[in-house]
Design a protein. Structure first.
Length: 275
């Protein structure tokens, strides 16, 4: 499913504290001035630039620390290898914990435990990053607003998925401020963030979503262009929660490389911050 958003639809979903943090602004009066300037800029951009979302819902099962997703009636599932916490206090979480495990005696599409997993990506028009090179201040302003619009598109898209397309929370009645502090059921961990740090997983998502439909291309490391883009997974499990993977050991690195089907040194590069 592809969605296009006009800027006015997304403005209420902008999480402004992250915008102020990017500017390193702490004074409340300065925050108010900066927000007014940002909203004036968004008004000038209206109609010229948009944000986009693409998502798909898949049948899924967990197989150990892998999530297996199925398209249509195919039993040949695509695997998304995940990583498990190894430090701190139990429980040691893994994103695969929030998907029902595959029945040992039944095929996935006959298993009563089969659940669903959502994959998504959002982005803002590349022009927000390239059309203002002649004015460094305006360039920075529009780039930071593009980041916020891509995140706002993810927030709006996730709301629509929960209430309409997936529909597991049809009766949700949350205010936008409540959404921004994640009071909804389920989670949408983003690729490259604490529980899903390997950016190269974007190659797996791209195979399934075809991100170029909304203007996203991937670099050799799996980073997305435009920079104002977000990708990730959507879980509906009522006990699903965000967590920080933290540091992992050599044993898990070796196991993860095996499950990814990649050389250990390649995975070491992608997971350097977690080793």
């Amino acid at each position: 499913m592809n969605l296009t958003y006009d800027i006015p639809e997304l403005v209420p979903y902008i999480n402004w504290p992250y915008f102020f943090y990017a500017w390193q602004v702490k004074d409340e009066a300065e925050k108010a001035r900066l927000r007014q300037e940002a909203e004036d800029t968004l008004g000038q951009l209206e109609g010229k630039y948009h944000a986009y979302a693409i998502f798909e819902l898949f049948d899924a099962n967990a197989d150990g620390d892998d999530i297996i997703i199925y398209r249509g009636k195919s039993l040949e599932g695509k695997r998304i290898p995940c990583l498990r916490q190894q430090q701190g206090n139990p429980p040691y979480l893994c994103l695969a914990d929030f998907i029902s495990p595959m029945s040992k005696s039944l095929t996935p599409h006959h298993s009563p435990l089969t659940t669903q997993l959502g994959l998504f990506a959002t982005s803002a028009d590349i022009g927000l990053e390239t059309d203002f090179d002649s004015d460094p201040y305006q360039k920075m302003m529009t780039q930071l607003l593009a980041d916020r619009l891509a995140e706002a598109a993810a927030e709006r898209m996730h709301e629509q998925v929960r209430k309409e397309y997936w529909g597991y929370a049809k009766d949700e009645r949350l205010s936008i401020p409540d959404m921004l502090i994640e009071k909804f059921q389920g989670i949408r961990p983003a690729v490259g963030y604490p529980s899903l740090p390997d950016t190269s997983l974007n190659f797996v998502l791209d195979q399934l979503l075809d991100m170029k439909q909304i203007g996203i291309r991937l670099t050799e490391s799996g980073a997305m262009k435009p920079h104002a883009s977000v990708s990730g997974l959507m879980f509906s499990h009522p006990k699903a929660r965000y967590f920080n993977l933290g540091k992992i050991g050599e044993d898990q690195l070796l196991d993860y490389a095996r499950r990814r089907g990649l050389p250990v040194e390649v995975c070491r590069k992608f997971l350097a911050a977690n080793l």
